[in-house]
Design a protein around this ligand. Structure first.
Ligand SMILES: C[S@@+](CC[C@H](N)C(=O)[O-])C[C@H]1O[C@@H](n2cnc3c(N)ncnc32)[C@H](O)[C@@H]1O
Length: 236
């Protein structure tokens, strides 16, 4: 919203569990009602959010790991609310730190599908276990869908190494297909080492900045027109 890139039409569901941050979000939304016309602000845990309408786009900027609760929410909630052509993005920490669920999933995969990570590694041409386990978990929790994964952006924020996964082209998964047979189509390849990933991230980021600048110009023009209309309406 700060960058005026939010599409003003439709309902926007904004989720933040920290009360102070949620309150700042409320103020920001109220300060300029053009950008988010139908806000629904959920101050609480993501997994307590009940989605009422189907969604086109979800940006789950968690910057942590997938927890058991979030995994359950995706599997039992989000995945049933995707519109055709929906896109879903996750920002997840490369380091799992104290996120027990990810370690549990790694052990679960090792026990129940011992070749699963190797198969995924060969298909995706990546060897970084945290990335492979994330992809495996994403495939598991979107249990009704097959999907494509954009070139994952691997970047360093001020404190931690982050992964931005972008999921799109959701296609209903056949009920008879076994997990191991389901492919994740990749567009581009996740970097094999941080250095390569950083270079690619920089290029992807530059391209995104260019698109963003163009979109911002368009959005700002629409915003200006809206303000003029509002001024005229108030004057009458
Ligand atoms: C990186 S920040 C989001 C930044 C925001 N997307 C932006 O561009 O300004 C991540 C936020 O997600 C919140 N968060 C993380 N996991 C959450 C969860 N499971 N439920 C609700 N909020 C969560 C954190 O409290 C934190 O404020």
């Amino acid at each position: 919203m700060h960058n005026q890139l939010v599409h003003p039409d439709g309902e926007h569901v904004l989720v933040e569990r920290e009360a102070e941050t949620a309150s700042r979000i409320k103020d920001l939304v109220a300060s300029d009602p053009y950008w988010i016309r139908k806000p629904r602000i959920h101050t609480g845990e993501l997994h307590d959010l009940r989605l009422a309408n189907k969604i086109d786009y979800a940006f789950l900027d968690l910057t942590g790991g997938i927890t058991k609760d979030v995994a359950g929410w995706v599997e039992n909630g989000l995945q049933h609310m995707l519109r055709p052509k929906a896109r879903v993005a996750f920002t997840l920490a490369y380091g799992w730190r104290t996120n027990q669920y990810m370690y549990d999933m790694q052990s679960y995969i090792k026990e129940h599908d011992p070749k699963g990570l190797r198969r995924l590694s060969e298909a995706l041409k990546i060897d970084k276990k945290p990335i492979l386990v994330y992809v495996y978990v994403l495939r598991s929790i979107f249990s009704q869908w097959d999907f494509s994964l954009d070139q994952t952006v691997w970047y360093q924020d001020s404190q931690q190494s982050m992964l931005l996964f972008r999921l799109h082209d959701f296609v209903r998964r056949s009920a008879t297909m076994k997990m191991a047979d389901v492919g994740v189509k990749m567009q581009g390849v996740i970097g094999r080492c941080c250095g390569q990933a950083k270079k690619r991230s920089a290029a992807a980021h530059k391209a995104w900045e260019t698109r963003r600048a163009e979109a911002a110009k368009r959005s700002q023009a629409a915003h200006k027109a809206w303000k003029t209309r509002r001024k005229l309406a108030k004057a009458h």
